[in-house]
Design a protein. Structure first.
Lengths: 461, 442
């Protein structure tokens, strides 16, 4: 029985199981009627369905996760006289050949009779396994249903059982956030440790030369591979600084104007428009930066007699700043609105104008919140990828000139990992080391920012 | 008497009337002068705020006009009308795919311009027609074999250079050596145009085909399908899981360290750079679990982890906004905690949850960085047929085309962006509609 058919059978049977459980509950209540049941009859039905569906689904999931490994192992055993003296690499090659033959994608030219035989064995075992699986799944389904049906009594606490199961599901779902964080930390940490075994941490953090191209031949020129990441950090800092120089004043001033000066109509019209800027995908900004902004900056710079790289840090930073404006604006807006009205009223009562109130009362009062918001914006700028991949360069220049091309952490991660990867080369592992650094830096920024913002809120609550 | 603008004095104008002021200057004059100055500062500040908003709006306008002005022309495409004679001896009925369709096109071009004899000129003449034209003819013949032996007029796509010329994106006055089209070719094109054999028609290819190295044959169908599959996986996983976590955290979770840890994690994940999720996908889903590269399933998994915080936070806000009186009433008539939540709180909170989910989906649709990490950046011609087949998504397609050197890909990239933005607008409009229609204020 194939997979979809099995699922359909389970589904149809579960409907029947619901009806059976429902009826059994009525039946068990006897003449006294359903009022004497512990739970409403639907709960007896639902409980039957749960016990009918969960065991076979569990078996199916386990099969699809483990079957390939087990079957490949069994098939390779049949040709053990060949595999006995092979290296692990050759065995993994053999395994992928085997899988290709079995799936019928293509038959490797080097396939010999033993391999084909092993593939036949694999298919045979798989067919047996699938039949056994279907039988097992259906048996567990029927067994589970019968066990519940037999145990249904008027006093059975069906609702509590069902609610317990739902509650377990809810808890499991909410722990996924923790598993995601753990997964991120483990995946970047594990590969980074491998990287730092080959390249010393001090060289990575303080080295001034970044050229991750590794020599393919031993005697190759100019491909020694050096992993000093300072130029990459410098580029990231420069582009983020340019972005913040654009976004911070524009975002803050827009928020101030909208919250304190604009009338309601203007606010209602302009705010959604500015929020569109936040909804535009970053790849669109990247395209805009590379094809519209960069040439304009270049022409302008050259008309002033400056030499401007076609992938200047200025273009990428400028466009990234535009992207962050609505983010800064909405955070500043929240923070400014959280300042108690009494502070404003006090200032106005002393005769201060609006701008004086804003500059001398509201901004100082809101400063921690604004700083927190800016830190969040910085962490966004550091982690932004597509704009810099499309508009900033690849070459790691250590320069303070925003008209030159620089590279960033995210650009390097993308270039090192797109395409073929070998997980034993420092070139690939370097991307994970950069990823670790990016994760740690943004995490620290976020924690500080969230802490500041929360403290600030508490102050006025 | 100008008074230095010490900030403290500015704020408290009444205190700084200097006692030693000459009697000829009246206090009211000083105050008026200072008042004028302060009002000017006030106006300046207000204008600064307005300027900030206007320049942000200007950027928005620039972004959209530059994309629309570059991209609108990609929705039409130049076609050439050829009279193709499907002679009987060109076809072997048992092997229709093996016929020389290119030759048919060459012959038909030859009959239009019989004066072209030189080999190199012939090649330039054939270059006016897209290299995809033979496949179009082949498809026509294979779907209707009765046309063999007749002569039909067929509109075939022109080469991208011809298309660019027709759209005015190639400068005719440039020196011949710097131009993609030579003078002879321009002559032929003008001739075809005079005969009404060259026309711009709606670009169906753009919506019905996958990626291609030839701009005139490249379309977004493959990427759109890939985006759709990826989003379906994301939606099916992130909505139930996100809503379940939100319900647990809002309604059932005890206040302890464990729950605090979950909350801190969710808030932090919302701010983790998207590319880090790509690294996670590469290391865990591809290398550890051995899932296929470039598959929408993996893309969907990565985007699920990325959008979960958004959905959880929105759903929690939505649950919080349901007033406690609803819960108390339900508990009062004997409902269990679970019944209260699922029968009474959830129905009231669902519109808000859906709004949050749609906004999360819109973000996922525009996301590309993490998908680059898991190989959804490959050159894939055929639209994917399922969630395990190699695919790419719209934003990644835009990234790939933006990197292509051909002039004609610029307008296609912009057109793909227009399509992507249209999708996003529809989704956001749906969210706004849901919010205004169903969300209740208590």
């Amino acid at each position: 029985m194939n997979f979809p058919l099995l699922l359909i059978v389970i589904f149809v049977f579960s409907q029947a199981a619901y009806w059976l459980g429902y009826k059994k509950a009525f039946f068990s209540a006897g003449e006294k009627g359903p009022v004497h049941l512990h739970s409403r009859p639907q709960y007896y039905g639902t409980l039957t369905v749960l016990w009918c569906v969960i065991p076979p689904l569990f078996i199916l999931v386990a099969w699809s996760v483990f079957s390939e490994t087990v079957l490949t192992g069994l098939a390779l055993k049949t040709m053990s006289e060949y595999t006995g003296n092979l290296s692990p690499d050759e065995i993994s090659l053999l395994k992928s050949d085997l899988r290709n033959i079995v799936s019928g994608r293509f038959i490797p030219p080097a396939a010999d009779a033993a391999l084909l035989e092993a593939a036949d064995h694999y298919r045979h075992m798989r067919d047996i396994g699938r039949q056994g699986l279907s039988a097992l799944a259906l048996a567990s389904m029927i067994l589970g249903t019968i066990i519940v049906l037999v145990r249904i009594r008027p006093g059975m606490r069906a609702r509590n059982h069902v609610e317990k199961m739902i509650s377990i599901t809810l808890i499991t779902c909410s722990t996924i956030a923790i598993f995601t964080t753990v997964g991120i930390v483990l995946s970047v940490l594990f590969e980074s440790i491998l990287f730092f075994q080959q390249v010393p941490v001090t060289e990575f953090l303080f080295g001034l030369k970044w050229s991750p191209q590794m020599a393919i031949r031993a005697d190759q020129v100019a491909a020694s591979g050096s992993f000093g990441a300072v130029p990459v950090f410098a580029g990231t800092v420069m582009i983020s600084t340019i972005a913040m120089l654009v976004a911070a004043p524009l975002g803050l001033m827009s928020a101030i104007y909208l919250s304190d000066y604009a009338d309601r109509k203007f606010r209602a019209a302009v705010k959604p428009l500015l929020e569109i800027l936040a909804g535009v995908p970053t790849v669109v900004y990247g395209f805009f930066a590379a094809l519209t902004v960069a040439p304009v900056i270049r022409q302008f710079g050259e008309s002033l007699g400056l030499s401007v790289s076609s992938e200047s840090a200025l273009a990428a930073g400028l466009v990234m700043g535009i992207m962050i404006i609505p983010f800064v604006m909405s955070i500043s807006d929240d923070v400014i609105n959280a300042v108690p009205q009494a502070l404003r009223d006090g200032s106005y009562a002393l005769g201060a104008t609006k701008s004086e109130t804003i500059k001398k009362v509201i901004i100082p009062a809101a400063l921690p919140g604004i700083v927190g918001g800016m830190l969040l914006a910085v962490s966004r700028a550091i982690g932004e990828t597509m704009i810099v991949v499309m508009a900033a360069g690849l070459s790691a220049n250590l320069t303070a000139n925003p008209l030159q091309a620089v590279t960033t952490v995210t650009v390097q991660i993308v270039t090192l990992l797109v395409g073929d990867q070998e997980f034993d080369s420092p070139k690939t592992l370097a991307a994970f080391a950069l990823g670790l650094l990016l994760f740690v830096v943004t995490l620290i920024l976020n924690i500080i920012a969230l802490y500041i913002v929360r403290k600030y809120r508490e102050q006025y609550e | 008497m100008p008074i230095a603008g010490d900030s403290r004095k500015d704020a408290l104008p009444m205190q700084d009337v200097e006692p030693s002021a000459p009697s000829s200057v009246r206090t009211i004059d000083i105050i008026n002068r200072r008042l004028n100055k302060r009002y000017r500062a006030e106006k300046r500040f207000k204008r600064l705020g307005l300027a900030a908003i206007l320049s942000s709006l200007l950027f928005l306008g620039l972004l959209f006009t530059s994309i629309v002005s570059q991209g609108y022309s990609a929705f039409v495409q130049t076609y050439i009308l050829l009279d193709i004679h499907f002679s009987r001896d060109a076809f072997d009925v048992s092997n229709l795919a093996g016929a020389d369709y290119n030759g048919l096109i060459r012959k038909s071009l030859q009959s239009l311009f019989p004066e072209v004899r030189d080999r190199q000129e012939k090649r330039m003449l054939n270059g006016l027609v897209s290299s995809g034209a033979p496949f179009q003819i082949q498809k026509m013949v294979m779907s209707d074999t009765s046309m063999i032996g007749s002569t039909r007029s067929v509109w075939v796509p022109a080469d991208d250079d011809v298309d660019m010329l027709m759209k005015g994106r190639i400068d005719r006055s440039a020196p011949e050596a710097e131009r993609r089209l030579k003078d002879v070719q321009l002559g032929w094109i003008d001739g075809l145009r005079g005969d009404l054999r060259l026309k711009k028609k709606f670009n169906r290819i753009f919506f019905t085909s996958g990626d291609s190295r030839e701009p005139e044959l490249a379309g977004i169908l493959g990427a759109t399908m890939g985006s759709m599959y990826t989003l379906i996986v994301t939606l099916l996983l992130s909505f139930p899981v996100g809503v379940a976590s939100a319900i647990y955290l809002e309604e059932f979770a005890p206040r302890n360290k464990w729950v605090d840890l979950i909350e801190v994690n969710i808030n932090n994940l919302a701010a983790v750079p998207s590319i880090v999720f790509g690294l996670l996908g590469l290391a865990v889903f591809l290398n550890f679990f051995g899932l296929p590269r470039s598959a929408p399933l993996v893309g969907g998994l990565v985007l699920t982890l990325m959008t979960l915080p958004t959905i959880i936070i929105a759903s929690r806000v939505s649950i919080q906004s349901v007033p406690p009186s609803i819960r108390e009433a339900a508990l009062g008539v004997g409902a269990s905690k679970m019944q209260t939540v699922f029968h009474h709180v959830m129905p009231l909170a669902i519109p808000g949850m859906l709004t949050g989910t749609i906004i999360g989906m819109a973000r996922a649709l525009g996301e590309s960085a993490p998908l680059l990490m898991i190989g959804m950046v490959a050159f894939i011609v055929d639209p994917p047929g399922g969630i395990l087949e190699p695919a790419t998504v719209l934003p990644v397609q835009i990234y790939l085309w933006a990197d292509s050197p051909e002039r004609a890909f610029v307008e296609r990239t912009s057109a793909a962006i227009i399509v992507l933005l249209a999708f996003l607008m529809v989704m956001n409009a749906a969210a706004v509609f849901l919010r205004s229609r169903f969300e209740r204020r208590w």
